[in-house]
Design a protein around this ligand. Structure first.
Ligand SMILES: C[S@@+](CC[C@H](N)C(=O)[O-])C[C@H]1O[C@@H](n2cnc3c(N)ncnc32)[C@H](O)[C@@H]1O
Length: 268
């Protein structure tokens, strides 16, 4: 990879770590870790680890990063993860073909990654392959847009001002929100028994503008949607009204989010 490309990926990962992890994603790591048996000598894997929020949460519970690994295809994410904890083993790779031997881990977890995998069935089979028999698989995905109304309002705004490709890109993280479909995905891949716990949290961004720009300038370009500055300015202006009810006394944008935590076992 070109130096310039790697640099820009690291920069994007730093922005992700400093804004999106504290505002949106980070709060889910303790909830996922609660479902895992974090005994000292067990081995744990964080799939689609990003900058490593979940892997570090597990390390804080086991007392060491030595028995923990994180895997992600994005070298920028892994560079930032390494800066934050050099004891955890960070590996580049895709969920559909995990770079680990069969039966390596006592738990495999994935926080807000599954909806982006090109082959979700294959990814779940891979996560089961690297688990020891009887080991636990824990996967967290966003609930439907109907249960994440702040994002639903942003999607409607984008549809109106920027068109369907932008609205579809913003909807992508919510495509696994249907519990029945989610459950079937795990069953057909061979995981059982399965339980799904739906939980809510409060996301908190510094302002409406920061929240919207994290999607417009940070997320949409990753899905190939590049909006002009003019369109972005129009969306930001209208967002002030659309999200008015989500602003607290300090001017922060605060809103409810809902996600499913799937817990399953690899059959013995
Ligand atoms: C929303 S981020 C979540 C990161 C992290 N788990 C967190 O909660 O902060 C989604 C992650 O999925 C990763 N990803 C995308 N496609 C992937 C694939 N096929 N296999 C593994 N990870 C993938 C991205 O690189 C990104 O780091």
């Amino acid at each position: 990879m070109e130096d310039a490309e790697l640099k820009s990926q690291i920069e994007a990962a730093r922005a992700y770590q400093s804004l999106l992890v504290p505002s949106l994603f980070g709060a889910w790591s303790p909830r996922i870790a609660d479902v895992i048996d974090t005994q000292m000598e067990q081995r744990h894997l964080d799939v689609a680890c990003g900058t490593g929020s979940l892997a570090r949460e597990i390390a804080s519970r086991t007392g060491s990063g030595k028995h923990i690994a994180g895997v992600d295809p994005n070298p920028g994410m892994l560079a930032v993860a390494t800066e934050l904890d050099s004891e955890i083993e960070w590996k580049q790779g895709a969920a559909e073909s995990l770079p680990f031997a069969d039966n390596t881990f006592d738990s495999v977890a994935c926080q807000f990654g599954l909806m982006f995998f090109t082959n979700q069935h294959q990814a779940i089979r891979e996560m089961l392959r690297v688990l020891t028999p009887g080991g636990r698989l824990v996967v967290c995905v966003w609930d439907t847009l109907a249960h994440n109304p702040a994002y639903a309002a942003s999607v409607q705004l984008l549809e109106r001002v920027a068109g369907s490709p932008a609205a579809e890109a913003l909807s992508a993280p919510f495509v696994l929100g249907n519990k029945q479909t989610l459950s079937e995905l795990f069953t057909t891949a061979g995981a059982k028994p399965i339980s799904i716990s739906t939980q809510t949290d409060r996301a908190s961004f510094p302002s409406i503008s920061v929240m919207m720009q994290s999607d417009l300038r940070g997320w949409l370009p990753l899905l190939g949607v590049h909006l002009t500055d003019e369109v972005i300015d129009q969306i930001l202006t209208e967002a002030e009204q659309v999200h008015d009810k989500h602003v607290d006394q300090e001017g922060r944008m605060v809103f409810n989010t809902s996600a499913h935590i799937v817990s399953a076992l690899k059959p013995v």
